[in-house]
Design a protein around this ligand. Structure first.
Ligand code: M6R
Length: 606
């Protein structure tokens, strides 16, 4: 949550900061601000406002020659959405931006006698004050002293008065990456998308290391003052990957990117129609002797894990538990050294998932991260990583990351099936040859966009919607319901179709939309009966199935036929329909689906 950026170099900083912030807005968009050395003097100026980056642009100077500055886009934690609470915060000679939460800020207010001296309600201003109180001319010593007193998570970029051209940075937990290029100068940001236009090579700022950035380079040192060499890595994206590319929103662009994302993720891991993780450095020994699996994740990543659970348990007979990361941390763990812990995360920075991984790591060395963002905290802290190759996902609502996570779970399941002797090579080859066809089948489903857009019109004025299915379709329903609720603000719930009659069916009245998914042959007739039950009570039913046609009006009002493939794979087709439906419902309601209220893409607070 919160996006931060800093630049010091050979060109004016303002546009670099504002454009970078715009790309980081997915991390929060309650308020925005920048600070810079006015006219490259030692004096720091701040512009900030409640609202989005475009509101900030409107109050920025037209001409700004400063070549050093920092910028912030906020997702509010402490203190409401006001101009005063917007970052940067200035205290004494210190100006800073912050992503994270300082947990002991009350104690620090007492200790440093700050009552009555603060202008905002934020924990961040307290951190600025603590650094300022420890400052007597040497920024690094002040940061070192202050950081030893802070509890919580933080990524700070800091300007010190009379140190023009210099940006200081330090972090704990909250992400921060940086780079230096001879052509432009030094960049730092919450993630690479902010400065991808200037460099596709970067390093992750290590925790509890202090960075001094100037136009000429970056000095990285540990808390004892020892120099540390940054570990650079590169990605193969360019700036176009982080732009809308002609689409009106990132979400619809990312929905359309799913065939490519799936090919990129599966291609390198399939050899001779068998799963192969050699290039990922994941040995078969990781899977040998595995007795059970625990999947830990949040939100969409958790729902993707749940699809994986259903497949792995039913196809290969391996027990799988799904753990909501934020709950896992406070429950008694049941994992052992024979448990494979799979941690799923698009960003690799979700704090609940990261902390759960750390806890799991105390019980087993078999931790495997399925992560999209290279070098992210979860990727670095797991014993093994299987990167999904979806490219940057910018829209708050996760779409392509979900599909590639499911694909990764399926491949891991196949590997386990083989290593544990639960499936023959022939069985796995047959399954994987179906999986390889998924990208082209998704292209077919994407052609239904206009039809689904029309169906979304029916959803715009609704208050409640229900998603039902059985087996894999039920796990998919959960993701469908989440997609709709987060971007359209329509209350939507997923139910196992057979469970409705145990209570929830009382909510079905005339016209209540029910999105029913019936692609699993072993429960097909049961689901159809459940659909008839809601239809008989007035529901408006949109049915997704493999049937070519359904004319029986007692079953559904609208039917979408998906290409007929194996039951285990239909989920890849159906999710496209549910994503498009949610997208156009949101757009139809006049909501910006990329930036729905109250949400942020990367959830780095507990
Ligand atoms: O980055 P992660 O995959 O760890 O994020 C997990 C959830 O916060 C995320 O999936 C969230 O639920 C999305 N808004 C769903 O669209």
């Amino acid at each position: 949550m919160c996006g931060i950026i800093g630049f010091t170099g050979y060109k004016p900083a303002q546009d670099i900061l504002l454009d970078g912030l715009q790309r980081l807005e997915y991390r929060g968009y309650d308020s925005a601000g920048i600070a810079f050395f006015k006219d490259n003097s030692g004096h720091v100026s701040v512009r900030k406002t409640a609202g989005k980056v475009n509101d900030l642009r409107a109050i920025c100077d037209e001409e700004n020659t400063s070549s050093t500055g920092i910028g912030h886009t906020r997702w509010a934690t402490h203190g409401g959405v006001t101009n005063a609470n917007a970052h940067p915060h200035k205290f004494g000679e210190v100006t800073l931006i912050h992503n994270g939460i300082i947990e002991n800020y009350h104690e620090l207010i007492e200790k440093y006698d700050l009552k009555g001296k603060l202008k905002s309600d934020t924990d961040t201003e307290v951190a600025a004050a603590v650094i300022s109180c420890n400052y007597s001319g040497d920024p690094v010593s002040a940061i070192r002293a202050a950081v030893s007193e802070l509890k919580g998570s933080f990524a700070f970029c800091i300007l010190f008065k009379n140190h023009p051209g210099e940006i200081y940075a330090v972090r704990n937990v909250s992400p921060m990456v940086a780079t230096h290029t001879d052509d432009h100068g030094s960049f730092i940001a919450s993630d690479l998308t902010a400065f991808i236009e200037y460099s596709n090579s970067y390093f992750v700022v290590p925790e509890y290391h202090i960075m001094t950035m100037t136009d000429g380079g970056i000095k990285l040192e540990d808390m004892e003052g020892n120099d540390v060499a940054p570990q650079y890595m590169t990605v193969d994206w360019d700036v176009s990957t982080a732009q809308k590319g002609g689409y009106p929103h990132f979400m619809i662009k990312e929905i359309h990117e799913q065939p490519q994302a799936l090919s990129d993720t599966m291609g390198p891991r399939i050899k001779d129609l068998l799963p192969d993780f050699e290039e990922d450095g994941i040995p078969d020994s990781l899977f040998e002797g595995v007795k059970d699996i625990t999947v830990i994740a949040c939100g969409t990543a958790m729902y993707a894990g749940n699809v994986g659970r259903t497949l792995i348990q039913n196809k290969f007979g391996i027990p799988v538990t799904i753990a909501i990361a934020s709950e896992f941390r406070y429950e008694r763990p049941t994992i052992s050294s024979d448990t494979l812990v799979i941690v799923c995360s698009q960003s690799g920075e979700t704090i609940d998932t990261l902390e759960a991984l750390r806890l799991a790591g105390k019980y087993t060395d078999r931790t495997l991260a399925v992560v999209n963002v290279k070098g992210s905290s979860i990727a670095r802290e797991s014993n093994y990583v299987l990167y999904t190759h979806a490219g940057p996902e910018i829209a708050v609502a996760s779409t392509k990351a979900y599909s590639v996570q499911v694909a990764a779970m399926y491949l891991i399941g196949c590997k386990l099936g083989l290593v544990l002797g639960r499936a023959t090579e022939a069985e796995v080859r047959e399954f994987i040859s179906g999986l390889k066809n998924i990208p082209s089948l998704i292209e077919e489903v994407l052609k239904m966009e206009e039809r689904i857009k029309g169906l979304a019109n029916r959803m715009v004025n609704t208050k409640d919607a229900f998603y039902i299915g059985r087996g894999l379709d039920y796990t998919l329903s959960m993701e469908g319901a989440l997609k709709l609720k987060e971007i359209s603000y329509i209350h939507s719930e997923a139910y196992a179709a057979g469970e409705l009659k145990h209570g929830t069916i009382s909510l079905i009245t005339d016209g209540t939309p029910v999105i029913a998914i019936a692609t699993q042959q072993n429960v097909y007739s049961k689901v159809i009966s459940n659909i008839r039950e809601v239809k008989a009570r007035g529901a408006y039913v949109l049915l997704i199935s493999k049937d070519k046609e359904i004319t029986d009006e007692t079953v559904c009002d609208e039917h979408i036929s998906i290409p007929d493939i194996s039951d285990e794979l239909t989920i890849f087709e159906s999710i496209i329909i549910l994503q498009i439906l949610a997208y156009y419902t949101s757009v139809g309601k006049g909501i910006d689906p990329d930036q729905p209220r109250n949400l942020a893409k990367s959830v780095t607070v507990e």
